[in-house]
Design a binder for this molecule. Structure first.
Ligand code: PLP
Length: 407
């Protein structure tokens, strides 16, 4: 099967919008993806017909919403091939999921003098929760560096690990460089030294097939809104034995078994980690988004997006003074760049006038910018609903901006 681009584009109503009178060229997919009708309709259907708080009701609507929520959990389970559906915890997003692990796992297993390893190319959401934990526990945060092409220096990992290392938190795909990290290899190195691994899949879940059992990953986190689902919903996958051994992080709602003023006991998985009224409608929307992605096929999506990135890279490299940051051999979906003498904000704002949406700045990866001694980049990020014609518009747009700056 190949991508039927015309059919796909019709699924995304926003792609028909005009921006400043120009056809929208949406190249900000790493920040958030647009939503297909199938997801929007599912949300509307539930709000119109079935909305009711879950887990606590005996009535029809409550059962309907509860079933929808648990069905969505099963969809996620199958999508990432988790052994049990209760290993899938719904959170508000990647950031929330990392914070959950940093607080709960961190509380139980990380103490004074222990170590946490992150990489130099992490999103702030996979740095700061660990920094907060390390400050609280007087533990140490260590950093696995990357080289100037944007590839992790894997050969340094074993040397960074010590008997005090408890967890490595690492992204699968970098949101500012596009590098695909060898997470399978990292997990093997870590496990050989008895170290747990959290993989931030925020930028890979929408592009790459992930099998958590095959990878043997301990924790995997991602956001719904980056895989064509709603905002405000995300996933923490964790191995059953780890999640069972971890204390709850937030209290209240469905996470309890029994409450007295003397002692409270906690619910079983996954509810132990889902305090308060869960975001069940958006969980159901996430389920619809995953089904949509599956209906196209991750393999097809990946192959087509790879073609787009290669096409865009070759075109951009012909532009005088343009430098791409992130040239790893294994990379996908993201092109970060600067053009000599043109500030990234100017580039972004002028492209916007042409209807082209790109992101500018540090992309919440300030250490990546520090590595290259720059303040930020322009980032174009691609989805399977983008076309080569849109990349041509983007390329011509950059040329126009360069002409304005007399390049
Ligand atoms: N990790 C990576 C690699 C990301 O790209 C992002 C968002 O851009 C996040 C974490 C944070 O995701 P969220 O803001 O949805 O929690």
């Amino acid at each position: 099967m190949t991508i039927d681009i015309n059919k796909i584009r019709k699924d995304f109503p926003i792609l028909e919008e005009k921006i400043h009178g120009k056809a929208l060229v949406y190249l900000d997919n790493a920040a958030t993806t647009q939503k297909p009708r199938q997801v929007i309709d599912k949300l509307t259907e539930y709000y119109y017909k079935y909305n009711s708080n879950i887990h606590r009701g005996v009535h029809y609507l409550s059962n309907k919403s509860t079933d929808g929520n648990e069905n969505a959990r099963a969809i996620v389970q199958n999508f990432i091939h988790a052994k049990h559906s209760h290993e899938v915890i719904f959170t508000s997003g990647t950031t929330d999921s990392v914070n959950l692990v940093a607080n709960s796992f961190g509380d139980r297993y990380i103490g004074q003098g222990d170590e946490v390893i992150v990489s130099e190319m992490e999103h702030h959401s996979n740095i700061v929760p660990w920094q907060l934990l390390c400050e609280r526990k007087k533990a140490k945060l260590k950093v696995l560096p990357f080289d100037d092409s944007g590839e992790l220096m894997i050969e340094k990992l074993d040397g960074l690990i010590t008997d005090s290392t408890k967890i490595i938190a690492i992204n699968h795909i970098s949101n500012s460089l596009g590098t695909i990290n060898p997470i399978g290899e990292i997990i093997k190195i870590a496990h050989a030294r008895n170290v747990r691994v959290l993989v931030d899949a925020a930028q890979s879940i929408q592009h790459k097939k992930i099998d958590v059992q095959e990878l043997d990953v301990d924790f995997l986190v991602f956001s719904g809104h980056k895989i064509y689902g709603p905002t405000g919903i995300g996933v923490l996958y964790g191995k059953e034995e780890l999640l069972n051994a971890m204390p709850p992080w937030k209290g209240g709602g469905e996470m309890i078994q029994e409450v007295t003023f003397e002692k409270t006991t906690y619910n079983e998985l996954p509810f132990k980690f889902e305090a308060g009224t869960p975001n069940y409608i958006d969980a159901i929307g996430l389920g619809a988004a995953i089904e949509y992605v599956q209906s196209i096929g991750l393999h097809e999506i990946d192959a087509y997006e790879q073609e787009l990135v290669e096409y865009a890279t070759q075109k951009l490299l012909t532009i005088k003074g343009l430098k791409i940051y992130g040239t790893a051999k294994e990379k996908t979906s993201v092109i970060s760049f600067l053009v000599d003498g043109i500030h990234f904000y100017d580039m972004g704002m002028l492209l916007d006038q042409l209807g082209i949406a790109v992101r500018t700045g540090t992309h919440c990866t300030e250490p990546v910018m520090q590595h290259f001694k720059i303040d930020g980049t322009v980032r174009a990020s691609f989805s399977f609903y983008n076309t080569k014609e849109e990349i041509d518009v983007f390329y011509n747009g950059i040329l126009k901006v360069c002409a304005m700056f007399a390049h």
